[in-house]
Design a protein around this ligand. Structure first.
Ligand code: BGP
Length: 462
């Protein structure tokens, strides 16, 4: 069967500034990742920092050609706050950074590649983290100043705008788990940071509206449909609570303008509400919601009722209310440790259709990270990644079904374009359509990159 996608479907991929640009010569403030690397380099896989990454800052012209060769009609970048404001993320904008992004964007547009510009992808300037990061109103204002500068400088070139990528990530990693600087375990502070993240999103949207551009603005969320282990009421309740913490916490305020009542009641009951919020903040959030939504989908969330006791004198954590459940017989991407469940993409899109006004949306990340991909190189030196082609096809089949079922899905962006650096994992898992030689920076299109070109040319596959 030929699966054809709607006309003008956005075929592309995504990456972020910290993961792909490299430091370059424009001048740039230190980010929390550079800071963390200085303090604890051993935390990063094989001790590799984000100093060079894919060196896109020097190679962007070549990279735009590779986008074309791999069928991109659209691509998501992030704009580095630290590069735009090299003086600790505040003050005067950096003319060299503006020149770089304008050149890149002009090059992309000249080659028929629509620009999806994201403003924040985990890359807080370290000096702003020092004054509280997302726990600080000063940082919210600095972010809005950065966002507003980008709207003004690049608004004529950008196709659609996004305020954040996966805003849950830094909250989880910094306040609940241990994978994001400054990793302190404190739920209540995390709730404050989450609230100010939502406020920053709303204030950036308010600033954007002043310009009257034809482009839209929204956000990009990592959403996992949540499944209870069984239909036992305790499991169902556990799944509902997990879903409130991990899915609805950002989705509701950013798309609907309100926080889920049940989540608020729970935080009140356990004395975990943020302390600094005003009625004015709430109305700002209410009045400035997403016009478009990016959905990052990797794996489902499976949950069961807690079987083991919690330590009530230990720190408050969402998993007081549930345990993660490993489904027997599940399919795994064993390299990344993530379950592969392609139907989840359909469930996710249906949720957005049914519960979020069928807002215009697209898949903004989906992809397969594989370790030691050189093993799959053929004699001519090309990575023969049939597993990635299958992964993409399997997910696209369910995405196609979601569109048939009435979901307002406008595109599919893969994670990622050229193999790039990833946070703590550095270069452990490769996700790209294009392979990167870390020694020489040579780029080489993988089999999946050739497949992606055909997919885009045919606007579907059979
Ligand atoms: C998403 C992030 C990306 C990217 C991807 C792959 O959550 O938005 O930045 O890194 O996950 O994850 P990882 O690189 O950790 O395997």
């Amino acid at each position: 069967q030929q699966l054809t996608f709607p006309k003008d479907f956005w075929w592309g991929s995504a990456w972020s500034a910290e993961q792909a640009e490299g430091f370059g010569e424009t001048g740039k403030a230190e980010t929390v990742w550079e800071r963390w690397y200085k303090e604890q380099p051993y935390r990063f896989y094989q001790g590799v920092s984000s100093a060079i990454t894919t060196d896109h800052i020097h190679r962007y012209k070549e990279d735009v050609q590779l986008m074309k060769q791999t069928g991109h009609n659209s691509f998501r970048v992030s704009i580095s706050w630290a590069r735009m404001f090299p003086n600790d993320g505040i003050g005067e904008a950096n003319p060299k950074a503006i020149a770089f992004y304008r050149d890149l964007f002009q090059e992309m547009n000249a080659n028929g590649i629509k620009i999806f510009a994201n403003l924040y992808h985990f890359d807080m300037p370290a000096a702003l983290q020092d004054i509280g990061g997302w726990e600080s109103r000063v940082v919210v204002d600095a972010y809005v100043h950065f966002a507003d500068t980008c709207f003004r400088e690049f608004g004529d070139l950008v196709f659609h705008w996004f305020t954040f990528n996966e805003p849950l990530g830094p909250i989880l990693g910094s306040y609940l788990e241990d994978f994001h600087y400054p990793n302190l375990i404190d739920f209540k502070r995390g709730a404050q940071a989450a609230f100010f993240t939502v406020l920053a999103h709303a204030k950036a949207i308010a600033a954007f509206k002043q310009y009257g551009y034809a482009s839209k603005i929204g956000t990009i969320l990592n959403l996992s449909p949540t499944f209870p282990r069984s239909q036992h009421p305790a499991d169902v309740e556990a799944a509902e609570i997990a879903d409130l913490f991990y899915t609805r916490s950002f989705l509701d305020p950013m798309v609907k303008g309100t926080f889920p009542e049940k989540l608020v009641a729970l935080l009140k009951e356990y004395d975990q509400m943020p302390e600094d919020y005003t009625l004015e903040d709430l109305s700002e959030i209410k009045n400035n919601t997403c016009q478009i939504l990016g959905l990052n989908y990797y794996e489902p969330r499976r949950v069961k009722a807690r079987l083991t006791a919690i330590n009530p004198s230990g720190p408050f954590l969402p998993d007081w209310f549930f345990e993660h459940h490993t489904m027997p017989g599940r399919r795994m991407n064993e390299y990344r440790g993530w379950e592969i469940y392609e139907k989840g993409i359909h469930d996710l899109c249906m949720d957005i259709k049914e519960n979020y006004g069928n807002i215009e949306a697209f898949i903004s990340e989906n992809g397969m990270g594989v370790a030691d991909e050189e093993r799959f190189m053929d004699e001519a030196g090309q990575v023969n990644d049939t597993y990635r082609i299958e992964y993409i096809q399997d997910h696209l089949a369910y995405l196609w079904k979601a569109i048939k079922d009435g979901c307002n899905i406008k595109g599919y962006h893969l994670w990622t374009f050229i193999d790039c650096w990833s946070w703590i994992n550095a270069y452990k898992n490769r996700y790209g359509l294009v392979a990167l030689d870390l020694e020489t920076q040579e780029r080489r299109i993988k089999k999946s990159g050739e497949f992606y070109k055909q997919l885009s040319d045919n606007n579907g596959f059979s």
